[in-house]
Design a protein around this ligand. Structure first.
Ligand code: ATP
Ligand code: MG
Length: 668
């Protein structure tokens, strides 16, 4: 009658089992990526519940994203907890706080109405305006991020200037002005119709309710008895305060985390609480895991080397991972002439993996900034490979891109320019001019939000340059048709597709095959942590960039490729080089460190021509829509196949150097 379930402890190694079986009380699992931390906490919850130590609905498990919370619930369900699994509260900090606040509000504030702000932007814009600052989108967004950081770090407006001075933090304006906007924002939220609360207020009020109202605290603490936090290295001081308020004098808290995966410092997250856990709870059960169950020894070895450079910098974490899985292929390092060639080659490799039986859903392309998704959406679309962009919209759905496209439409309808002035290189100039007021500055702007927006606009200009390189007669209406075709041809989101995600959005997840793209200096590490001469401008931020690479590498179960491009666009100067993080990992005498001669035109093959107008076909447009762009002719299947073939060959010719570096797996 014994029915084995996933709960069997023999599916855990001795250290994992010790964490699962530890008596109720403080437990801390400090371990690297892929060692089974998330798995351990789900087993621990299941164990505590099934052994009767605690009821399912008395467990509150918190994570940092709704998706991670959902995944935790799924894993619990898979463990055979069945109906009970759904009673475990697995939520984000905010969702848990929102629920509690709804319940406790009448007891603490009486009948003062409140509601959650659906957009903070207009309020911050108003506050900026009152402080005499620009209410332009970018500056408001950056003020907003700054306010969020301050609140998450428990810094009040009056303490803000001193705090940023102490931390030598880059601020969008003079700190006193930011503080003024912050204070103004807080005041504006108290409206005559009630209080407006933002997400951070939810946490602040929840903590305050428990701290200041014993009756509320008693009721809450009677209800929830056991607390679990995944990815604890990401906790902010504000979230920690809520956690402390939940706990009160109790200590039934299980945390798991990896200080080497701290990649959210810019939001106020700090690994300090994780690393200090055993000081705070001297009788805590502290467990270190070092067996890596996710990745092949080859991937594990690379991960060790990536983070090994930082060895000793983060105290208290054991850094070596020991691979448990059978051997797999060596990670591939690939260098391409330019970014479009990189995207085309990655799409081709993905096609090969899919053809060989890897499901598309088991493949991911990971990049540093969202604007990088454009070339990969394009390259996958051309091959008809389904994909979804995780944690963000597709390129053409992004607000700034839609805004830019509509500005281009307006410019086209104004028609004040003679037609010829607008084609070829002049078109690029025109596009730059139209996008300038939307934030396309020459220099990369300061502030994370402004940079993101800027990068999208730069990607649009790059796309224009590329189209012009293929067709120097391209004019503005032609460009708009190209953009429309691209928007249309893009796949609808699909859950079975290849995942395109930023490194930040990839944390905690895993895929059979991972392509880390744009591993170039100035992208990873990102440009603003470097000074103009390439030296390090901000050491702490540089280390966070290195951790991002570590997070990326450790997402791969089997196949891993790291690639970069020497030039931004086709025919552009090769000003870029591979990421400094690969120094010592990729030997300097490897082909990648040599500058290759440009690919000769002849190697690129002969571009097929339209059967009707006899002009060379414009690749992307024609392959996607099956039509010639210069005349209305439809392409027949044979011509379409020839065109696809030519494009693939060209991509092949442009793939300059792809090589493997044998990782010494005996080191792991
Ligand atoms: P990350 O730091 O990236 O969040 P993690 O430490 O949370 O990683 P998990 O996601 O829990 O790691 O586990 C990584 C993979 O290893 C999962 O596929 C999991 O099922 C598997 N795994 C973990 N422990 C074991 C084990 N004892 N036996 C077999 N597989 C395991
Ligand atoms: Mg995890």
């Amino acid at each position: 009658t014994h029915r084995p379930t996933g709960l069997e402890l023999d599916s855990l190694d001795p250290e994992q089992a010790a964490a699962v079986r530890a008596p109720r009380g403080p437990v801390c699992v400090l371990a690297g990526a892929g060692t089974g931390k998330t798995r351990t906490i789900t087993h621990r919850i299941a164990h505590l519940v099934s052994a009767g130590h605690v009821k399912a609905d008395q467990v509150l498990a918190v994570t940092f994203t709704a998706r991670a919370a959902g995944e935790l619930r799924n894993r619990l369900r898979a463990l055979g907890l069945g109906g009970e699994a759904t009673q475990v509260q697995a939520r984000t900090f905010h969702a848990a706080a929102l629920r509690q606040l709804k319940y406790f509000w009448p007891q603490i504030v009486g009948d003062v109405p409140w509601r959650l702000i659906d957009g903070k932007f207009p309020i911050v814009a108003q506050a900026a305006n009152r402080a005499g600052l620009s209410s332009a989108t970018d500056s408001v967004r950056d003020l907003l991020s700054e306010i969020e950081w301050a609140k998450a770090s428990l810094i009040a407006p009056e303490d803000y200037p001193a705090a940023v001075a102490k931390q030598r933090r880059e601020t969008p304006y003079d700190a006193l002005r930011v503080a003024e906007v912050y204070a103004g924002y807080e005041k504006l939220k108290a409206t005559p119709d009630g209080l407006l609360l933002d997400f951070d207020d939810l946490l602040l009020h929840t903590a305050a309710a428990l701290e200041d109202y014993p009756a509320v605290a008693d009721e809450f603490r009677g209800r929830y008895r056991s607390f679990v936090v995944d990815e604890y290295q990401d906790v902010t001081p504000l979230q920690q305060r809520v956690l402390d308020a939940w706990l009160g004098e109790r200590d039934d808290l299980t945390v798991v985390g990896d200080a080497n995966q701290t990649i959210y410092s810019f939001t106020g997250a700090t690994p300090g609480y994780l690393l200090d856990f055993s000081r705070r709870f001297p009788d805590a059960t502290v467990i270190r895991l070092e067996r890596d169950y996710r990745s092949t020894p080859q991937v594990v070895s690379l991960a060790n080397r990536v983070i090994g450079v930082a060895r000793g910098r983060i105290a208290g974490t054991r850094l070596q991972l020991i691979g448990q899985r059978p051997d797999g292929p060596e990670p591939v390092f690939a260098e391409y002439d330019d970014a479009p060639a990189e995207a085309a080659a990655v799409a081709k490799s993905i096609q090969r993996l899919i053809d060989a039986g890897t499901p598309a859903a088991e493949i991911a392309v990971l990049y540093r900034i969202n604007a990088q998704s454009e070339s990969y959406e394009q390259a996958l679309t051309e091959r008809g490979i389904p994909y979804q962009v995780r944690g963000g919209e597709g390129f053409f759905q992004r607000a700034e891109v839609r805004q830019a496209v509509s500005a281009l439409h307006k410019a086209a309808s104004r028609d004040d320019l003679p037609g010829a002035a607008r084609s070829g290189a002049a078109l690029v100039t025109l596009v730059r001019a139209v996008l300038a007021p939307l934030g396309l500055t020459n220099e990369e702007p300061a502030g994370a939000q402004a940079r993101e927006r800027w990068a999208s606009l730069v990607a649009l200009v790059t796309l224009t340059e590329e189209l012009v390189a293929h067709d120097d007669k391209l004019d503005l209406p032609g460009l708009l048709r190209e953009l429309a075709a691209r928007t249309e041809a893009r796949h609808p989101p699909t859950v079975q597709g290849v995942t395109l995600a930023s490194l930040h959005a990839a944390k905690g997840l895993e895929w059979d095959a991972v392509f880390l793209v744009g591993v170039a200096d100035g992208t990873l590490p990102i440009a603003h942590v470097l000074a103009d001469d390439g030296s390090v401008a901000d050491e702490a931020k540089l280390e966070e960039e290195r951790r991002l690479l570590y997070v990326g590498v450790t997402r791969a179960r089997e196949y891993l490729q790291l690639s970069w491009a020497l030039a931004r666009g086709e025919g552009k100067r090769r000003t870029r080089r591979r990421s400094r993080f690969l120094n010592g990992l990729v030997p300097d005498d490897s082909p990648a460190s040599r500058i290759a001669a440009p690919v000769p035109e002849s190697a690129k093959g002969i571009r097929p021509t339209c059967r009707v107008c006899a002009k060379p076909l414009i690749g992307t447009y024609a392959t996607m829509l099956g039509r010639c762009r210069r005349c209305p002719a439809e392409l027949d299947a044979e011509l379409l196949a020839a065109l696809r073939e030519w494009r693939a060959e060209k991509a092949e010719a442009l793939r300059v150097r792809e090589f493997v570096v044998f990782t010494d797996t005996t080191l792991t």
